[in-house]
Design a protein around this ligand. Structure first.
Ligand code: FE2
Length: 424
């Protein structure tokens, strides 16, 4: 007897199996025949996937588009300035309300694990308090990890260092930083060193905004790989963005990639944001600014797509749908072979789960019963059509169920039929 059976679905690896759930745990993945259950979801012909995972987001800024004004130039630097203006006027209740609204969107789309940076350059730590509250509030359906992120520079902002340490004392999960925004390359490298030492002392992971610039000489990822090795942090460190790598000398990159692989650094490109923010100072040819995704994957580096922003000072669009992120990443990185397109799906599920260090993730007996039923036959079709979510199950609970978006067609000269809109 199960509490819930998801019947007849196709798993991302192509297997067909029923999934039996008891409480908050997957207890069977096999043909369950006529086994009884409190509830059954018919997933025959549908893709059943572990939930989507976003390893890079800014939940303190989300859904604030237009407040107090719009980013006119569309650049990263105006976005940072605009965020500084918003921080002066926002309230804790407002941050909580926006974050919870975003978590509603995320849950409805099967996005059930999110790593969000939270700005620590604020003596009140208003955003930190707000997101710690939200982390607790959503814990039954979303695993929310918080990164202490000194947006205005760990050294460049006079109180950022102290406030970042305070945020970690308050229970923020991950050490963040922004070395390319420090005053000098030397300060940037020093910040990487100290932030990694703080993480080693406290037993925490590291996730830095690293080299988010078009400057081919911005090479903090090299320092991050070195410090990761020196302090024994292998597997616990992520480099977010890494866009300078797009513009680096090829010979240098041939030395750099093995160092990143050796340090087991997880890479997080954010294609929606980097395709809009990078190359803004170029005329033509205009660099596209995405890091070297295929080359890192070929080196065995764990790479996963991040969302970064939805409706905030840096990005005026976004839905919270990780399939949008995978779709954009596939295009910008030109990952068009069948294997590469499938990898793009894996990058927003299993690869990102590895980056976040999620335990009990995935479709396996004993794992947490969190999964998504998609109106698609396989992962590539899910990315192509940004498939509807037919059901989302979080820790054993069905949190949303929707009907298929079929269209009944009655066209002159065509036979009447029902079209399953996104199926090929
Ligand atoms: Fe970011």
């Amino acid at each position: 007897m199960f509490d819930l059976i998801v019947k007849g679905g196709t798993l991302p690896d192509g297997r067909q199996a029923d999934i039996g759930i008891k409480g908050a745990t997957i207890t069977a993945i096999e043909d369950l025949g006529t086994a009884e259950a409190g509830d059954v979801i018919d997933a025959a012909g549908d893709l059943v996937s572990p939930p989507f995972v976003d390893p890079h987001f800014h939940m303190d800024a989300t859904l604030s588009y237009g407040k107090p004004r719009i980013n006119a130039s569309g650049t990263l630097l105006e976005g940072i300035g605009l965020w500084g203006e918003l921080k002066q006027v926002m309230t804790q209740d407002e941050v909580v309300a926006r974050a919870l609204d975003y978590c509603d969107w995320a849950a409805s789309l099967g996005l059930l694990a999110i790593r969000s940076h939270v700005d620590t350059c604020d003596d009140r730590l208003l955003g930190v308090e707000a997101l710690l509250h939200v982390r607790d509030k959503v814990k039954d359906y979303i695993d929310l990890q918080l990164v202490a992120f000194p947006q205005d520079g760990f050294y460049r902002d006079p109180t950022a260092r102290a406030n970042t340490l305070r945020a970690l004392d308050m229970g923020v999960d991950v050490v963040g930083g922004i070395p390319h925004f420090e005053r000098t390359m030397e300060d940037g490298a020093a910040s990487v060193r100290e932030l990694c030492e703080i993480a080693a002392e406290r037993g925490l992971p590291v996730d830095l905004h690293c080299d988010e610039t078009d400057d081919p000489n911005s090479r903090h990822i090299e320092t991050l790989a070195y410090e990761t090795q020196r302090l024994g942090l292998q597997g616990r460190v992520a480099g977010s963005h890494l866009t300078s790598m797009h513009s680096m000398d090829n010979y240098y990159v041939s030395k750099l990639l093995p160092l990143i692989a050796e340090a087991e650094i997880n890479a997080i490109p954010n294609p929606l944001i980097n395709i809009t923010l990078q190359g803004r100072h170029d005329t033509y040819p205009k660099r596209r600014g995405l890091t070297r995704v295929k080359e890192m994957l070929a080196m065995g580096i764990n790479v996963g797509w991040g969302q970064d922003c939805v409706l905030d000072p840096w990005y005026s669009l976004g839905t919270g749908d990780m399939l949008d992120v995978a779709f954009m990443g596939l295009h910008v990185a030109q990952m068009t072979s069948p294997e590469e397109m499938k990898t793009c799906f894996d990058m927003v599920t299993t690869h990102n789960a590895k980056t976040m260090g999620l335990s009990n993730y995935g479709l396996k007996v004993g794992a947490k019963a969190s999964l998504v039923v998609l109106d698609a036959g396989h992962p590539i079709e899910a990315v192509r059509s940004r498939a509807n979510r037919l059901a989302v199950i979080a820790k054993g609970k069905v949190i949303t169920r929707s009907a298929r978006a079929d269209a009944a067609l009655n066209l002159p000269g065509r036979p009447d039929k029902v079209v399953r809109r996104h199926r090929a």
